[in-house]
Write a protein that binds this ligand. Structure first.
Ligand code: CP
Length: 306
């Protein structure tokens, strides 16, 4: 008998073992090739209703979960707070009860409050997938990042990965900080002191970009959250770029052929130079989006198997 995934929900990387993570990555692999076909339709989720419940804006995560579900044959319905009764004051839990009464087969949830998907998972009758909660976790992002690294560099074990920028407020960093060490990668955190986390887990922290990325195989840039700049970092966005913006020239300090990643959305000219983001061989940013569909197909399939 094959590996039996032991979790009903996907709420965070924290809950997953190394074996769980490798299983999900292996499950995603065939969907990469499937998605490159001109015509792509699988029927394994036929009859399943998938609710995408987004209390926060999203381009990549929302749309890729929708595409993933539809390519597997699910009926996909998207719930947005704009135009919903959330705007009349209906609570998260009352919204969850209401949607659950329509008997979905799976719910995908993004919310600005850390722990919101966990609260919903307690009260609904279907699997719940965390699509990003506050400054908590974004587990499918870390899984797609890992799949991208593994496919581009052939391994994760032993890689040196620098995560740079606004780490303190980033749920992407939160999930990668948990996933990468489980697969044997060494993680470094790079950013101004005000944007580094209080608890860096086992990662080494650097306040100098050139020092932090030296010899790294992967440089993962994070979005500077402009709305939080004033309270956390003094100086202009141009000052930030001068100190912490990744350019092709600065990338020379990393390992030869180092891969540049960014979960998006990115601020071109702030944390990353536009030409580097578009670089045909060094940037994996668009490939990350592609891997996102494959990973979300795998997660939807695995969690809803009977
Ligand atoms: N990476 C990511 O979560 O992007 P979106 O906010 O566009 O979904």
């Amino acid at each position: 008998m094959g590996y039996v995934f032991p979790h009903r929900h996907l709420l965070g990387i924290e809950q997953l073992s190394r074996e769980d993570i490798l299983f999900l990555l292996d499950e995603a692999e065939p969907w990469v090739e499937f998605n490159r076909r001109a015509r792509k339709q699988d029927e394994r989720l036929r009859g399943l209703t998938q609710f995408n419940v987004f209390f926060e804006n999203s381009t990549r995560t929302l749309f890729s979960f929708e595409v993933a579900g539809k390519r597997l044959g699910a009926e996909v319905a998207n719930f947005h707070t704009v135009g919903s009764s959330v705007q009349k004051g209906e609570t998260l839990i009352d919204t969850a009860y209401t949607l659950d009464a329509m008997r979905p087969g799976v719910m995908v949830i993004r919310h600005s409050e850390t722990g919101a998907p966990h609260q919903v998972a307690e009260v609904v009758g279907c699997p719940v997938i965390n699509a990003g909660d506050g400054t908590g976790e974004h587990p499918t992002q870390a899984l797609l990042d890992a799949l991208t690294m593994r496919r581009r560099l052939g391994r994760i074990e032993g890689l040196k990965v620098a995560i740079c920028g606004d780490i303190r407020h980033s749920r992407v960093a939160g999930s990668n900080l948990k996933l990468l060490p489980k697969l044997g990668a060494e993680v470094r955190l790079v950013g101004p002191a005000a944007l580094l986390p209080d608890d860096p887990c086992e990662a080494a922290a650097y306040e100098e970009l050139d020092e932090g990325i030296a010899g790294c195989d992967v440089v993962m840039m994070l979005r500077i959250q402009r709305e939080r700049m004033e309270e956390s970092v003094s100086g202009s966005l141009a000052d930030f770029h001068a100190l912490y913006g990744l350019t092709l020239e600065r990338l020379d300090r990393a390992a030869p052929g180092a891969l540049v990643m960014h979960p998006g959305p990115m601020n071109r000219g702030v944390e990353i130079e536009g030409a580097l983001a578009d670089h045909p061989t060094r940037s994996a940013i668009r490939e990350q989006v592609e891997m996102g569909v494959a990973v979300r197909m795998a997660v939807l399939d695995v969690l809803t198997r009977e």
